[in-house]
Design a protein around this ligand. Structure first.
Ligand code: IMP
Length: 195
C-alpha cells in the first residue's frame, strides 16, 4: 500500500498507529522528566519552551504537545535546507525565535536527524543564548547517515538510510500531510504488478 504519482511511489515504513503510539510514549516520558515545570518554580524559570524546526517538525510537534500534560511555551525556528545555496555543514537561519530563551528549559523538536549538521548548529545556538537546559526530541533518527555527533534525548524511531516522506517530511513540498512515514521509491509503479 502506498501513494503513487506515476514517477514513483511511497512505501509505508512507519504506519499511522505506530507513530501515534510512540508519540504518546514520548509525551509521557517528557512529562515525567520535566515534572518540576508543572508548577512555576520559585526562580521564575517559566514553562518548558518547545521549539519546532520549520517546516517538517510541525506535524510531530502538534501531536506531541497535544499529548504533553505540562504547561508549555511554543516557538519556531527555520534553517535553510539543501539546495538553497548551502553546502552540507553550512546552515543559515531563515527565521529566528520570537521568544527569549535565557534561563529557560528548552526542548527542541525535530522531524529527522540525518547528517546532524542542522541540529548541531541549532543546539549550539540555543545553548549560546543562555538556555538553562537544552534537550532534543526527534521523531526519526537516520543514524547511519550521521556526520557530526548529536545527542538525541527523546527518539521516536531509528530508520534505515533511505529518503523518507510523510508526517511532515517532504520531497519538494509534496507528501508532508501523509499520516504515515514512507520511503520514496522512484520509478516504481503505483500498484505493483504481480510477478
Ligand atoms: P541534517 O542532515 O541532519 O542536517 O538534516 C537536515 C534536514 O534535512 C532535516 O531537518 C530534514 O528537513 C531534511 N531531511 C533529511 N533527511 C530527510 C529525508 O529522508 N526526507 C526528507 N527530508 C529529510
Amino acid at each position: 500500500m502506498g501513494m503513487g504519482n506515476g514517477n514513483g511511489r511511497v512505501r509505508v515504513l512507519i504506519p499511522e498507529e505506530s507513530i501515534d503510539r510512540r508519540v504518546a510514549e514520548l509525551a509521557e516520558q517528557i512529562a515525567r522528566d520535566y515534572r518540576e515545570c508543572r508548577e512555576a518554580p520559585p526562580d521564575g524559570r517559566g514553562p518548558l519552551t518547545c521549539v519546532g524546526v520549520l517546516k517538517g517538525s510541525v506535524f510531530f510537534l502538534v501531536d506531541l504537545l497535544k499529548r504533553l500534560e505540562l504547561p508549555v511555551a511554543v516557538d519556531f525556528f527555520q534553517a535553510s535546507s539543501y539546495g538553497e545555496g548551502t553546502s552540507p555543514g553550512e546552515v543559515r537561519i531563515k527565521k529566528d525565535l520570537d521568544l527569549a530563551i535565557r534561563g529557560r528549559d528548552v526542548l527542541l523538536v525535530e522531524d529527522i536527524v540525518d547528517t546532524g549538521h542542522t541540529l548541531n548548529t541549532i543546539l549550539s545556538l540555543l545553548r549560546m543564548r543562555g538556555a538553562a537546559s537544552v534537550r532534543l526530541c526527534a521523531l526519526l533518527d537516520k543514524a547511519e547517515a550521521r556526520q557530526v555527533e548529536v545527542q538525541i534525548d527523546y527518539c521516536g524511531f531509528t530508520i534505515p538510510n533511505e529518503f523518507v516522506v510523510g508526517y511532515g517530511l517532504d520531497m519538494g513540498e509534496r507528501f508532508r500531510n501523509l499520516r504515515y512515514v514512507g520511503v520514496w521509491e522512484p520509478g516504481q509503479p503505483e500498484v505493483p504488478s504481480p510477478s
